[in-house]
Write a new protein. Structure first.
Length: 171
C-alpha cells in the first residue's frame, strides 16, 4: 500500500525595521515600499489597504471599516482608531421596526421587520476605511495614492488570435 504524508515547513522571516503582511504579495510590497521610503507603520497599513482592492478586489474593499491599534513609542501611548461603518446621517431609531426574536442574518441582534437592515436602501452603511487613519490624527499624507503601473493594468488581455474566447495573463 502506498501512503502519502503531509510535510509542512515554515520559515520565520526576520525584519529589523518593520514588516508588512497582506493576503496578496503585491499589496504587501506596496506597504513595504512605504516603509523603505521612510514611512511609518500607519503609512504602510494605509497604502496596503488602498492597494488590496486593486490586486484582490474579490476579497478586499475600501467600502468597509475597521479598528486600528497604534502604539506611539516615543510618547508611550497606544491609540485606538475606530473607523467602522456608520449609519447614514439621516438615519434614526424609527427607521427600523423591531420584530420578535433574533435575526437569522450574519449578526445575532434583534430581528428587524422585513430584514430592512440587511436588504434594501436602508441597509447601506457609510464606509469608514478611507477616513479611518486621519480620524486619529495620524500622518497619512506622505502616501502618494496614484495608480501603479506594476499592477493596475488589466490582468487579462485578449490575445492576437482570431479566437477571441482565448485570453492570456499579463503577469
Amino acid at each position: 500500500m502506498i501512503r502519502s504524508t503531509l510535510s509542512a515547513t515554515k520559515r520565520t522571516p526576520l525584519a529589523p525595521r518593520g514588516m508588512v503582511v497582506a493576503e496578496h504579495p503585491l499589496g504587501a510590497e506596496v506597504g513595504a515600499g512605504i516603509l523603505k521610503r521612510g514611512g511609518n507603520a500607519v503609512d504602510a497599513a494605509v497604502a496596503t489597504a488602498f492597494a488590496m482592492p486593486v490586486v484582490e478586489p474579490f476579497m478586499s474593499s475600501l467600502a468597509g471599516g475597521g479598528t486600528m491599534l497604534v502604539h506611539l513609542a516615543r510618547r508611550g501611548e497606544t491609540l485606538c482608531v475606530d473607523f467602522n461603518v456608520e449609519a447614514p446621517a439621516a438615519a434614526h431609531e424609527t427607521c427600523f421596526e423591531l420584530g420578535e426574536g433574533v435575526s437569522t442574518g450574519l449578526f445575532p441582534w434583534r430581528r428587524v421587520v422585513d430584514d430592512a437592515n440587511v436588504f434594501g436602501p436602508r441597509s447601506v452603511a457609510v464606509p469608514g476605511s478611507v477616513a479611518g487613519p486621519r480620524s486619529g490624527g495620524m500622518p497619512s499624507t506622505r502616501i502618494a495614492l496614484r495608480p501603479s503601473p506594476s499592477f493596475s493594468r488589466p490582468s487579462v488581455e485578449p490575445t492576437s488570435s482570431p479566437d477571441r474566447s482565448r485570453t492570456r495573463s499579463s503577469r
